[in-house]
Design a protein around this ligand. Sequence first.
Ligand SMILES: Cc1ncc(COP(=O)(O)O)c(C=O)c1O
Length: 416
Amino acid sequence: MGRFKLKCLKCGREYDQEHRLTCENDDSFLRTEYFEKKLELRNQPGIGRFHSWLPVQEELITDAGPITYKSEAFARELGLSNLYIGFSGYWPERSAFIKTCSFKELEAYPTMQLLKETGGKAIVLASAGNTGRAFAHVSALTGIDVYIVVPDSGISSLWLPEEPTESIHLIRMSPGNDYTDAINLAGRIAKLPGMVPEGGARNVARRDGMGTVMLDAAVTIGRIPDHYFQAVGSGTGGISAWEASIRLRDDGRFGQKLAKLQLSQNLPFVPMYNAWQERRRDIIPELDMKNAKKQIEETYATVLTNRAPPYGVTGGLYDALVDTDGIMYAVTKEEALEAKSLFESLEGIDILSPSAVAVASLLKAVEAGKVSRDDTILLNVAGGGYKRLKEDFNLSQVPPVATATDPDMPLEELNI
Ligand SMILES: Cc1ncc(COP(=O)(O)O)c(C=O)c1O
């Protein structure tokens, strides 16, 4: 028996449980409608706890999952009385066991499980680094084949806390190609026989996996937070937090107000920030990301650089910002670095660059009065604990099996 159906957010057409990324009538997002309307926590140590609202049949058995705790030192510094940290990474002292150190692992488990349950054999994805590492790890654990296309700048992020397996096929793109070039090449590889595209934000397993950060927070706090802070590149995390808030609202036990999305990008590459400042649904490349490739090269948090984010599509980030009366911030590298060292010294854990951007945005919000002292705030520290991990594990680099010169090169030459 199925556990959910998929519903098109534009035309309302419904589909049964399957690996489906698009509606046959239009290009809107599909959303999962779960038959369990109330969140019933399962007796699992990690993400499998949230089985009610994950689009898989079998419960996910792993100790990797989101954790939420109430900040003391950092909150005091900011003068906030209800600041909660959603932490995705490795921090065993707080029972955080995501060994690839980012919330992308929360996307990878349900995505790979859904692929397996729907008969898929090999999944193809593009990554700026963290997503690829997460999927490679789950591939090493499950033996399911993954083809990961990564720009040269992301290759050093493709390490694992275990020996790489033959199920991981890493394709490196030579310098000069960025994340969006990787997306374009992955799209072509995914059309080869036997390959399934993972679909990015279009894949409900990815969104609902990431949405568990919001679920964990609501369960820990006892209510939907007033504000949700995260740094975004594709915006998938923001969309996921919004959708999770909607499910929690409909559950009825966690309050009736959606969390206000307060999302950030890293200067100079801030296309969604620019479009949202003018309340535009469309990103206009000439206005919002002029000289995109050059801007991307200058961006500190490289995983936040997606030239084709799911922003204007029905059910995408623009809709999420409208529905939650959201705010976007543009953060400089200097602000991010300052915020990173402040957070790390007060909270006692190292954080990744996109999380530093999110922390900086919270500092800006406090300064600008966009949050009140007693508001309940969820700060999604979506990646961290890399230094902590290295104390406990020997990390192995994943070796590339092929190098691509550009997104349009003949696929036969890749020999994969
Ligand atoms: C740690 C971390 N934070 C934030 C992001 C941005 O995520 P998204 O834009 O998909 O929500 C990423 C993307 O890889 C990430 O790895």
